[in-house]
Design a protein around this ligand. Structure first.
Ligand code: SF4
Length: 247
């Protein structure tokens, strides 16, 4: 049955089926891949609008310069920080956002990010969204991966993959997409982290701007649903958002 025609209740079946297929094909991801809570927070800001490999390069640059700690990064002038963030793209914007986020965290929870876990997730989310440049994806990444709160992260990879499979409309509001995923799965931070890791890995290996459907583990789902492979042409009509699904 085409996923566009199934009821919302059955969308959960597809989301669960997809997670099992990706887990079987790609294996456990151990997401989020960071050495500390602080790296998670920094990575969450750097991940905006870039591939994960670029985030890893920027983190490696900071680590090599011995700047990847709360105190040392906070003490770094914004212009110097931007230089270190160069590999992640939009480095001036990200330096400004990171500085604002560190100042917020320092004022709200003090020097230890362990205290993130003691925060009420909905209050913390609301406060994070008030920090310069912090959107729902970054706020939820911090909540999920650094604070251990069971919230599903919707990022660009999630939208791309599930739009191509016509389970999500590209212009669906963030919270609507998030709610659909959270209805499909139990409230479990480890599970959400793992699914997010599988989505990121799928996007990295297969579901790129030019999709590699022919070798992708999710190709069978497209075929079972009667959806043509997205053409390897950016802007082709078939790559536009569908007018159904989660919207
Ligand atoms: S590469 Fe193709 S089959 Fe794989 S997730 Fe993307 S659209 Fe689906």
């Amino acid at each position: 049955m085409h996923p566009a025609t199934v009821a919302a209740r059955d969308r959960a079946y597809w989301l669960c089926r997809i997670s099992r297929r990706l887990l079987a094909a790609l294996g456990p991801q151990g997401w989020w891949p960071a050495r500390s809570r602080f790296e998670i927070v920094v990575g969450a800001v750097l991940a905006w609008n870039t591939a994960w490999v670029n985030v890893e390069q920027a983190l490696a640059t900071l680590r090599a310069a011995q700047r990847l700690s709360y105190a040392r990064l906070a003490a770094l002038p914004e212009a110097r920080l931007a230089q270190h963030l160069n590999p992640s793209g939009y480095y001036n914007t990200k330096a400004r956002r990171l500085k604002a986020l560190l100042a917020f965290l320092r004022a709200r929870i003090g020097p230890s990010l362990l205290r993130l876990r003691r925060q009420d997730p909905s209050h913390l989310r609301e406060a994070l969204l008030g920090v310069h440049g912090i959107g729902p994806g970054t706020a939820d990444t911090i909540l999920l991966s650094a604070a251990g709160a069971p919230v599903f992260v919707v990022d660009g990879h999630t939208r791309r993959i599930f739009t191509r499979h016509r389970l999500v409309a590209a212009n669906a509001p963030y919270e609507t997409v998030q709610a659909a995923f959270m209805r499909a799965f139990p409230r479990d931070a480890a599970l959400y982290n793992e699914y997010h890791g599988l989505i990121v890995d799928t996007a990295k290996r297969y579901c790129r701007t030019m999709p590699r459907c022919e070798t992708c583990p999710r190709r069978a789902d497209l075929e079972a649903a009667g959806i043509p492979w997205p053409p390897r042409v950016v802007g082709h009509p078939l790559t536009r958002p569908p007018r159904f699904a989660i919207d």
